[in-house]
Design a protein around this ligand. Structure first.
Ligand code: BTN
Length: 331
């Protein structure tokens, strides 16, 4: 049997035995259902075990499913996913340079909306402003989502903010964590960054053709797992909650939140989220400095604009900023 056939068989076996976790399925039942030989079945069990699944076999030949690994396999992401279109097509990799690069290529080839690209590790994870996103194997979620939002490019910053709100909702579902959004694209817990968003677009002057929303989430890092230069500024869900988080469940929950929010965003725009944005905002209501194109502006952040820009109250009047590096001024 070739690799593809073994893979397909082990997928079928997994789907069959995980219907009732812990149940001992007889050999006759499984062979009959899968229409395979004993030897092929043994290969499929071996493959599942090599992939981290706990599958038990008795002398009589019964087979039972015990547990699945917390790896970001397409199969695991589909299992129990309740979305309509987000994450219904998954491209899962062990190691890539950047999931955003792969997602952009897929989007140019018209991959369906909601397609996601995910990796256990990135060697050139990209952050905003040309920075690098630290993406070691196994600890985080490195995700890119393909969407076709039919919006004016002016409103594109709203996509990152919307994503930050869905992420904040997902995170605060865990242990009532106090999550804040630092405009335009960071999620923070206790002042440290837990997730970042990098939205990349293909557009012309009046409409967005496609968008790739890239998200890096620090999930199971311990403090010492972060490189020294970011250790003081970064955190993870595990570091905050003192327990390991199931990454696949987190991802499924996030995709559910995001799908609901994205559908509402397409229908009603960003202002439908204004209250949630303000509630989560680290900046609105505070005096801040904003560095934009070499100039520093100091003023009070007063609101979010319908385009996703930040409205600053400056001595010369209110101004909407669409980008910039922001710091809260300590009183
Ligand atoms: C930032 O805070 O600067 C944004 C970080 C975005 C990182 C994610 S990880 C998945 C996706 N692929 C990338 O190369 N970057 C984004």
């Amino acid at each position: 049997m070739n690799n593809i056939a073994v893979n397909a068989l082990s997928d079928k076996l997994l789907a069959l035995i995980r219907r009732r976790s812990g149940h001992a399925y007889t050999l006759g039942y499984i062979l009959g259902k899968l229409k395979c030989t004993n030897k092929e079945l043994a290969l499929a069990v071996k493959l599942l075990r090599q992939s981290g699944y706990k599958v038990s076999r008795t002398k009589k030949g019964t087979i039972a499913f015990t547990s699945a690994p917390d790896f970001l396999y397409a199969n695991e992401i589909y299992h129990g996913l309740t979305t309509k279109f987000m994450g219904r097509i998954v491209h899962a990799y062990k190691k890539v340079q950047s999931t955003n690069t792969i997602a952009s290529q897929l989007a140019s080839a018209d991959a369906p909306e909601g397609t996601i690209v995910i990796a256990e590790e990135q060697t050139r994870g990209r952050g905003r402003l040309g920075r690098q996103w630290y993406s070691t194997e196994g600890f985080g979620i490195y995700l890119s989502m393909i969407v076709y939002p039919k919006i004016d490019p002016m409103h594109a910053p709203g996509l990152s903010i919307l994503t930050a709100v869905s992420l904040a909702d997902t995170i605060s579902g865990y242990d009532d964590l106090d999550v804040k959004i630092k405009w335009p694209n960071d999620c923070l817990i206790n002042g440290r960054k837990v997730a970042g968003i990098l939205t990349e677009l293909s557009s012309d002057l009046d409409h967005v053709h496609r968008a790739v929303i890239g998200i890096g989430i620090n999930i199971n890092h311990r403090r010492r797992d972060f490189p020294e230069d970011i250790r003081k500024r970064a955190t993870s869900l595990r570091a905050e909650m003192k327990e390991t988080i199931h990454r696949v469940e987190f991802l499924q929950s996030f995709l559910r939140h995001f799908e609901k929010d994205y559908v509402a965003f397409r229908k009603n725009g960003l202002m439908a989220f204004r209250k949630r944005i303000i509630d989560y905002s680290l900046l609105i209501g505070n005096r801040i400095t904003l560095d934009y194109k070499g100039t520093r502006f100091t003023g009070k952040a007063i609101d979010i604009h319908e385009t996703g820009g930040l409205i600053l109250e400056l001595p010369e009047g209110n101004r909407v900023f669409t980008a910039g590096e922001v710091t809260v001024v300590k009183a």
